[in-house]
Ligand binder design. Structure first.
Ligand code: PEP
Length: 254
């Protein structure tokens, strides 16, 4: 486990202002668990409101457009989400790749836009069940990550987090084994060392995502090279999410 685990809640297309109470409760609890870095990625419509409500936790976006401005009805630029209070953006989530046909090249363009707007990246990668069953998961994920990263990244230690999220584990209640997660995270770490050198790569946290909950978090977070978790369903209530944050706090050496 990384020195300071990073636990990020992805609210997806959930939440109206009624959910601000959950963000407040998460923020209050996080103030007493400084060993863990806690963040929420609410939908676009709540970024500014959550940003105004919280003091301790990070606030981010779930996507951004690669362009700066213009005739792109319904899209939101990186500068816009940063202006609303986002400090990071989740990119390349499998739901965006699946539902919006996002390619690795588009994810890389969005990453460049997000960095230019001064935000950090959480870059998501993950294989389908078919790919895992074919024994090609590590080759697929490392290729996907390499192709989704911007061509140049000056300081990955400060700007990059990777989230390994097997597509078949998202929202299904199924997870890889601790050994499988460890092996994948080690393969991702090796790629980062290759790309950025050992010193920078060592500081990039690699999150696991996919059906993490308060019950399984302790085991999953203990896998090799896991620096935290990206949490979907279990981040929607403070009670469930904080169970994961407490598990992460328990894994940190005192
Ligand atoms: C996700 O989609 O990022 C995710 C991890 O979802 P869940 O925790 O619901 O599986």
């Amino acid at each position: 486990m990384a020195e300071r685990p990073y636990i990020v809640g992805n609210w997806k297309m959930n939440g109206t202002r009624a959910m601000l109470a959950q963000a407040r409760a998460i923020d209050r609890a996080a103030q007493n668990m400084m060993k863990v870095e806690v963040a929420l990625a609410p939908p676009f419509t709540l970024i500014h409101a959550v940003h105004r409500e919280v003091e301790q936790i990070g606030v981010g976006a779930q996507d951004c457009h690669p362009g700066p401005d213009g005739a792109n009805t319904g899209d939101v630029s990186a500068a816009m989400v940063a202006d609303a209070g986002a400090k990071f953006v989740i990119l390349g989530h499998s739901e965006r790749r699946r539902d919006h046909g996002e390619s690795n090249a588009l994810v890389a363009q969005k990453a460049v836009a997000a960095l230019q707007a001064g935000m950090r990246l959480i870059l998501c990668v993950g294989e389908t069940e078919e790919t895992r069953d074919a024994g090609k998961a590590e080759a697929f994920v490392t290729r996907q990550l390499k192709a989704s990263l911007p061509e140049t990244l000056e300081s990955p230690a400060d700007s990059l987090t990777v989230a390994y999220e097997p597509v078949w584990a998202i929202g299904t209640g199924r997870t890889p084994t601790v050994e499988e997660i460890g092996a994948m995270h080690c393969a991702i770490r090796a790629l980062l060392v290759d790309l950025y050198g050992a010193e920078q790569a060592a500081q990039v946290r690699i999150l696991y995502g996919g059906s993490v909950n308060a019950e399984n978090a302790r085991d999953l977070l203990a896998a090799d090279e896991v620096g935290g978790a990206l949490v979907g369903g279990a981040s929607l209530t403070a009670e469930n999410f904080l169970g994961i944050v407490v598990a992460a706090a328990d894994t940190v050496d005192s």
